[in-house]
Design a protein around this ligand. Structure first.
Ligand code: URA
Length: 268
């Protein structure tokens, strides 16, 4: 038979071989078609792949979310300052509570137009159960007195109300951790709502971090901003002023700004 001519039987045989997978005339390496088809059968028989479920999150993250949820629920249910203090006392998620002697809730007059938010109690505050009673607190009282404000003034115009971001003293007066601030923030927000001051003063970086989500007190201080639908003034913390007396000049300017704002917005 000539090269270009095939019988029907040859063509059928070729088609059969192609259909069986013999599509290469010759290969570099031998191919074991039995092994290939066995692998194909095994692949078909394998159980279908299950889509991966949600990746379990680290328990610390879940615990932090639980704590914030509990803080929101407890603080949100409080309708008076007494109830809010009781809610804080019942809050078990913050480890600082176990190392502290006192729950430091507030000082001053709830009817005050100015609410001051500090950082956390120190040793003296932990012993006394009141905010800003140590050296920094004494300086704060002198600063407020210079613009005729005070925590024991009985009229709302001259009174102040004082609290902190954290109600329990951190060990060795270390900085509050971001997770502690996040956990206690719902209580501070409710505290502000229940007091209803006209103006807020945010003392230092921790207070600004918690209430404004920003740090950098040297840049923030002296510029009025807003939080919880109220004007808020970031100021140097009195403890910082004790360490850096030269910064009292700026603190004085901020106090004058506070006084001017109170005058401008005086209640009828
Ligand atoms: N510093 C604060 O921020 N708060 C206090 O109560 C005492 C010192």
């Amino acid at each position: 038979m000539s090269a270009g001519m095939h019988s029907l039987g040859d063509l059928e045989a070729l088609a059969y071989q192609v259909a069986m997978g013999a599509d290469e005339a010759i290969s570099e390496t031998p191919v074991n078609r039995y092994a290939q088809s066995a692998a194909l059968v095994a692949q078909k028989a394998a159980p279908p792949r299950v889509a991966p479920g949600p990746v379990p999150r680290p328990t610390e993250e879940t615990a932090a979310e639980d704590a914030i949820g509990a803080a929101r629920a407890l603080s949100g249910a409080a309708t008076t300052l007494e109830e809010l203090e009781a809610a804080l006392a019942a809050f078990e998620h913050c480890d600082l509570k176990r190392g502290a002697r006192s729950l430091v809730f507030c000082d001053g007059r709830p009817e005050a137009r100015v609410m001051i938010i500090g950082e956390a109690p120190g040793r003296d505050e932990d012993i006394e159960g009141r905010p800003f009673v140590g050296r920094a607190g004494k300086l704060l009282d002198r600063m407020l007195g210079a613009i005729d404000l005070g925590r024991s003034a009985t009229d709302a115009e001259r009174a102040v109300y004082i609290t902190n971001i954290l109600p329990w003293r951190p060990p060795q007066n270390r900085d509050p951790k971001p997770e502690e601030i996040a956990m206690m923030k719902p209580f501070v927000e409710r505290h502000v709502e229940l007091v209803g001051p006209d103006l807020l003063v945010l003392m230092g970086n921790i207070s600004c971090q918690a209430m404004l989500g920003r740090r950098g007190i040297t840049r923030l201080r002296g510029s009025w901003t807003e939080t919880l639908v109220r004007p808020a003034l970031p100021m140097f913390h009195p403890a910082y002023l004790l360490r850096n007396p030269a910064a009292k000049r700026e603190a004085w300017a901020d106090l004058l700004s506070l006084k001017a704002r109170l005058r401008q917005s005086a209640r009828p």
